[in-house]
Ligand binder design. Structure first.
Ligand code: HEM
Length: 390
């Protein structure tokens, strides 16, 4: 669905119209299939936490977006069901828990401070994506996983191919193969030279036969891609949204309450919902919901960008209001697949927005909004470039 170019932060008008028409409707995909399209917050949360709904991409009826290529290689546990999903997810849960993530806050602050110093050392304008939004989460996830940051252009190129809807099935397959090959090599290195990082732990699990090398590498791809692409897009798009809402930006800069940056992050996650192509699932059994019957084997797409703009869950949903309590948003999904990295993403975003506008209070766009290249073609929404000056 196409967005209205004058409202680049809002869901596509066709999506909003579908929401007005009711909580469930049908959409047609490019392969001619017509999965259910769930537009309302309450129904989305009900279905995302329903055990009769499957995330297994290999099941017939799973809604496959255009160009996503072969489904025979599940992208690790994000596309699996319990108990296998839970078994694999449990192996990497501990490093993403709030307490462990909070211990990383000083290091994230250090990275943010350094990137801003480097930006200020130039005369501007700079592209905020390359100078700040991408390297910050990329450096952080590399340290956490134990991936050499020197390889970042290699994995960024390949992860871009994975989340770009224009990439051909062939390009996607090649990107997965290259990333998996790279991670196999890295896991071998970690077996011989273990360190305090997630991939060393996964390497040890393969040695103890708790995990196959293939599963470890696929999990590595998931963590590497999910760990920097999402947060990077959120930093850049959130910065743009704040620059375009000067009244809200002023609050962030002037209000002393440290809780404001926490609620600002939740509100920006809700308002922007960067994983904007919906949570995709397939029904395992017939499900009665809001006067409709989803039949076993039918595909279901939960349009969480619309759920996060549902007036029944968020009054005046189209207003960006940094002071509102938006913690119950579904920008991180809901149910068993709810984002594993959310404590890390939250902390990174709090440090990023909290520092950027304090250190550079005169930050502004170095172009006009209509010239900003938005990622209409990606499964994660954001901007390709964000020229800023100060
Ligand atoms: C602003 C940043 C982020 C956003 C908006 C985001 C969004 C999401 C969403 C919507 C899901 C649910 C997928 C579904 O139900 O089908 C998800 C799952 C996941 N996310 Fe994130 N994410 C972010 C950052 C991160 C980070 C930093 C990591 C760290 C590695 C991460 C790792 C994961 C993983 C592993 C899953 C799969 C969980 C499972 O299937 O059990 N994400 N994310």
């Amino acid at each position: 669905m196409t967005r209205e170019s004058r409202c680049p932060f809002d869901p596509p008008p066709a999506g909003s119209a579908a929401q007005d028409a009711g909580p469930l409707t049908r959409v047609e995909l490019s392969d001619g299939s017509t999965p259910w399209f769930v537009t309302r917050y309450a129904e989305q949360r009900a279905l995302l936490s329903d055990p009769r709904i499957s995330a297994d991409v290999t099941r017939p009826g799973y809604p496959i977006p255009a160009n996503s290529g072969s489904t025979s290689s599940p992208f690790s546990f994000i596309l699996m069901d319990d108990p296998e999903h839970a078994r694999l997810r449990r192996m990497v849960t501990a490093p993403f828990m709030v307490k462990r993530v909070e211990a990383m806050r000083p290091r994230v602050q250090e990275i943010v401070d350094q990137l801003i110093e480097d930006m200020l050392a130039t005369d501007g304008p700079v592209d905020l994506v390359q100078a700040f939004a991408l390297p910050m989460p990329s450096l952080v996830i590399c340290e956490l996983l134990g991936v050499p940051y020197a390889d970042h252009s290699f994995f960024q190129r390949n992860s871009n191919a994975l989340i770009n809807r224009q990439a051909s099935p062939q390009q996607r397959r090649q990107a997965v193969e290259e990333l998996v090959g790279y991670l196999h090599g890295l896991l071998e290195t970690k077996k011989n030279q273990p360190a305090e990082d997630i991939f060393s732990d996964l390497a040890q699990r393969t040695q103890k036969n708790e995990l196959s090398s293939h599963d470890a590498a696929m999990m590595g791809v998931l963590l590497l891609v999910a760990g920097h692409e999402t947060t990077a897009n959120m930093i850049a798009l959130g910065t743009l949204a704040l620059l375009e809402h000067p009244d809200q930006l002023k609050r962030l800069q002037e209000e002393e309450d440290p809780k404001l940056v926490v609620s600002a992050v939740e509100e920006l996650l809700r308002y922007l919902t960067i994983t904007h192509d919906g949570r995709k699932r397939v029904a395992l059994e017939d499900i009665e919901i809001s006067g409709h019957t989803i039949r076993a084997g039918e595909g279901v797409i939960m349009a969480t960008d619309l759920g996060n703009r549902d007036p029944e869950a968020f009054p005046k949903p189209d207003a960006l209001d940094l002071g509102r309590d938006a913690r119950h948003h579904v920008a991180f999904g809901f149910g068993v697949h709810q984002c594993l990295g959310q404590p890390l993403a939250r902390m990174e975003l709090q440090v990023a927005y909290g520092t950027l506008f304090r250190r550079i209070p005169t930050l502004r766009l170095a172009t006009t909004l209509d010239k900003v290249p938005f990622k209409h073609d990606g499964s994660v929404y954001g901007v390709y470039e964000l020229p800023v000056t100060w």
